[in-house]
Design a protein around this ligand. Structure first.
Ligand code: IVH
Length: 692
């Protein structure tokens, strides 16, 4: 929907959806090195998010993607707090954006039109950024960008790169500093590596960027050492110690100190220079030995850079001018439906292989069923595809003149191709999702991990790794299997205690931990089921409302009748809207899910919930402010919970505030509370008082 037409309510919902979606794609891209959408589509999401925020500034979310770069960290690596944040870059997509960029600089610094503004133009390398800390001229710490504030410690891995000097002898090297740049892989190295992987039956990397990212995040540095990784240096945390006046001088120094600087970097003095350089490289792009996805322009004078500073996301003195997509024509041989780990059905176009921008392409993303319908893409069509300097090519359009007369529109399946459960699409959603969560082979491992996790069944010592391994081996297919594991193990020829990594004691402990959870509270049980949109807060609302499992499940099944009593009752719960209701109803409507519940309930007992007396709540009609990082829940969830207790949640502390709940690093709001004498509660105290 066009942004101008959004009502405030719709804009709010759209911002929520975009924050969630962008966070999801950030994770795939930065953490799992498995992006699902093209860079161009990703950029479009971010641009839309920013445009809506501009139109409705007061709706800006705390978790807005425009306040953050990259993804939160999850991996097994040690975290590194960057001394200076690792920012991203603002993007430009056409010549006009570059003129605007120059105009902005002129206005910001008040530079008269006759004074030239020198820019350094550098290829934007499509790899992953890394920062290298030097202490007494020795390379001591290397880290990924992570979310820009904290990265992952990949020192040992980076030490294996020849392009990264371990020790710098030069007298003019400041000794203590951070050098930043891009880790990447050359095309030919990437191809050889993938051929070797194929020969060994290992999964292939989709492109050099993913290969580089996957290689640098290996737990065993000797694996990284065998990967053909390279590094271009292009920046630092701050220029001050280097004693240079310009970025160009800085690049010269980097070379003298033994770093590899991209040889195509160029000092430009006019916009026309810059654009000529851009178009020249654009035409050379396919022949370069590595992927670049645009040109980065940087203000050359460092004093000007300093004056311009940065926004929360990117420096104002730089611009990434992206290349347009490279296109080709080919035949669409088939449309496959893949099921993701979250149950989303994603159509994938299987293409007659064709070369686009130097890469052979045989698959393309079709996004979702609306996209197929909108473009009227049919099996057998000749299509135009493009690689927007990125990973997964997209289908731009169909060449209708070339369509066979007997072709027919594609009909999107309404059942899951993996497990046969219903695949439903909720109103206002674009994806169709398999709702067989716990039975669906594509999703089960993820759902089982959720099932045993801390806030769900909380089975001690049963980590994700074990769950995943047991699932892969067929030991556990559904939640009930967890509780029959001990019995089956007793009769097994290969009992757990004899397996690698297990012993008598650890096997016994696991069974004990499982047994200890045969009794569970209703809210944990509901949460454990992993019903879409039913997080902890919603699970609690439901549990308190329905009190017993019996009542809850009966109500969910009856709620199927729209407008009926059960449906009205469900919708009347504060915090449950039509979308959550639809997910709950869909879950119970799927016979596979009901079977799962039946077998699970043979193994576990669900205790009744204490109904909550709202009016007696300590927080009823009180104004609460949250500050700092909460350990047990997100801010959004804390808000829902507080509101469910009858409280009003405010964003700033004033004399009207009744309680300030402080998490870690409370900052200025914590101070304000002290000054105003407002009651301060720790997160634990709050949870207790809130009846947890
Ligand atoms: S400068 C504060 N220069 O692009 C500015 N970045 O979209 C920091 N990148 O995270 C970046 N080539 O990973 C810069 N010559 C170059 C680059 C470059 C690739 C990457 C870098 C950055 C991303 C931003």
């Amino acid at each position: 929907m066009p942004i101008e037409k959004l009502t405030e309510e719709e804009a709010k919902e759209e911002l929520r959806r975009l924050a969630e979606l962008i966070a999801y794609h950030d994770r795939l891209y930065y953490l799992e090195d498995q992006p699902e959408i093209s860079d161009a589509d990703y950029d479009a999401l971010r641009l839309r998010n920013e445009a809506i925020e501009k139109q409705f500034p007061h709706l800006g979310r705390e978790d807005s993607p425009s306040l953050r770069v990259g993804a939160p960290l999850l991996g097994p690596f040690k975290k590194v707090h960057h001394r200076k944040e690792m920012l991203s870059l603002d993007n430009g997509f056409n010549d006009q954006d570059v003129y605007d960029f120059m105009e902005r600089i002129r206005r910001f610094l008040n530079i008269p039109s006759e004074t030239p503004i020198d820019l350094v133009a550098e290829p934007k390398i499509d790899g992953l950024s890394a920062t290298l800390e030097y202490h007494k001229n020795r390379f001591v710490l290397g880290a990924t960008r992570g979310d820009g504030v904290e990265g992952e410690d990949i020192t040992e891995n980076l030490k294996t790169l020849k392009d990264i000097p371990a020790q710098i002898e030069a007298k003019d090297f400041p000794g203590i500093t951070e050098i930043r740049g891009e880790v990447y892989m050359r095309h030919e190295d990437f191809l050889v590596m993938n051929q070797e992987r194929e020969a060994q039956g290992q999964p292939l990397f989709a492109n050099p960027r993913n290969a580089a990212a996957g290689s640098v995040r290996q737990l065993d540095a000797s694996v990284t050492a065998k990967r053909p990784l390279k590094f271009f240096a292009y920046g630092c945390d701050e220029y001050a110690p280097f004693n240079v006046q310009t970025h160009w001088e800085f690049l010269e120094k980097l070379k003298q100190w033994g770093f590899v600087v991209n040889p195509l970097a160029k000092l430009c003095t006019t916009v026309d220079d810059v654009l000529a350089y851009y178009h020249e490289l654009e035409s050379k792009r396919a022949t370069l030995p590595y992927d670049i996805d645009g040109i980065v322009y940087k203000v050359n004078r460092i004093d000007w850079q300093t004056r311009m500073g940065s926004s929360t996301r990117a420096p104002r003195w730089a611009l990434a001018h992206k290349f347009p997509a490279e296109q080709a024509q080919t035949r669409l041989n088939d449309i496959l439906i893949q099921v993701g780990r979250t149950g989303a059905l994603t159509p994938v176009a299987i293409l007659r292989p064709v070369t686009v921008g130097g890469v052979v392409v045989s698959r393309a993303s079709l996004h979702n069923e609306d996209e197929i319908a909108r473009k009227d893409v049919r099996v057998g069509d000749t299509v135009v595809i493009q690689r927007a300097g990125d990973v997964i090519p997209q289908i731009v359009r169909v060449i209708e003149e070339k369509r066979a007369s007997d072709s027919h529109p594609f009909s999107f399946p309404h059942t899951c191709p993996v497990c046969g459960s219903h695949a439903v699409r909720l109103p206002e959603e674009v994806v169709r999702k398999c709702i067989g969560g716990l039975v669906c082979g594509a999703q089960a491992a993820l759902r089982l991990r959720h099932f045993v996790s801390r806030d769900a069944f909380d089975i001690e010592g049963f980590g994700s790794k074990h769950v995943e391994a047991f699932y892969q081996e067929g030991l556990i297919q559904s939640p009930a299997d967890i509780f029959t594991l001990e019995e089956r193990d007793r009769q097994s020829l290969t009992p757990l205690r004899n397996r690698e990594g297990w012993g008598d004691l650890s096997a016994k402990n696991l069974f004990k931990a499982i047994s200890a959870r045969r009794k569970i509270s209703l809210h944990r049980f509901i949460y454990a089921l992993g019903i879409p949109q039913v997080g902890q807060a919603t699970a609690k609302l439901l549990a308190r409302h329905y009190v017993s499992y019996e009542r809850w499940q009966a109500a969910m099944r009856e709620a199927k009748t729209p407008g009926g009593e059960a449906y009205t009752d469900l919708m009347a719960i504060d915090g449950v809207g039509p979308s959550v209701s639809a997910d709950l109803i869909a879950f119970f409507d799927e016979p596979h899910n009901r079977e799962i519940l039946t077998s699970l309930l043979k193994e576990v007992t669900v205790g009744d919930e204490k109904p909550r007396a709202t009016s007696s709540s300590l927080f009823a009609n009180k104004t609460i402010v949250f500050t700092g990082t909460l350990e047990h829940m997100t801010r959004a969830e804390a808000k829902v919970r507080a509101e469910a207790l009858g409280a009003k949640v405010a964003s700033s502390v004033s004399a009207k505030t009744d309680y300030v709940i402080v998490g870690e690093d409370p900052g200025s709001k914590g101070k304000a509370a002290k000054v105003l004498g407002v009651s301060i509660l720790t997160e634990e105290e709050w949870l207790k008082a809130a009846g947890e």
